[in-house]
Design a protein around this ligand. Sequence first.
Ligand code: VGL
Ligand code: ZN
Length: 205
Amino acid sequence: MKALLLIDIQNDFLPGGRLAVPDGNAVIPLVNSLQPLFDLVVATQDWHPIGHQSFASSHAGRTQFEQIDLHGLPQVLWPDHCTQASPGAELAGALHTERVEAIFRKGTNPEIDSYSAFFDNGHRKSTALADYLRGRQITDVYVAGLAGDYCVYYSALDALAAGFTTFVITDATRAISAEGFTAALADLKAKGAHLVASPSLLNTE
Ligand code: VGL
Ligand code: ZN
């Protein structure tokens, strides 16, 4: 059984949002077309409390996109984004959600960031997504969404580590940094992920 994992397709990551991913809205029509090909569609939402420690605004004298040590983990300091129940945290209005059976929220602990859909960045706490997928007899996980160099990357790494046959739908993700995305895809490929493009899945090549 095949699952499509839609990572953080939320207003704050779209052009005009607080942590806009360049061209982020381009993934939406693609993932909308892809959804009917899957046995299960699951989405994630970055869902931070106000004052989350990943926000630059939570650290006096620090600037956005600077890297710090946060309780022993490297942490990029982000603009405030995806604060719980804010309009920016909502799934994109153009995203089809009829077939989304579950939404996993992450980044709720103010002390630690959570890029992956499966674990926080310290691998301390699980979201139980792997068990949920196994319970639905999923063997193959296809990952798409935002951002390709952060949450898509770490979600795909954890899907691989959890033993799922893992695919990244490269044209249905957009990244914060082009170099970061190239490095992320090379690492995922080296670790056994399959890089695929939506036309080949849709047989419209
Ligand atoms: C993300 C940075 C901070 C992402 C989330 O969805 O890739 N990136 N929070
Ligand atoms: Zn975040």
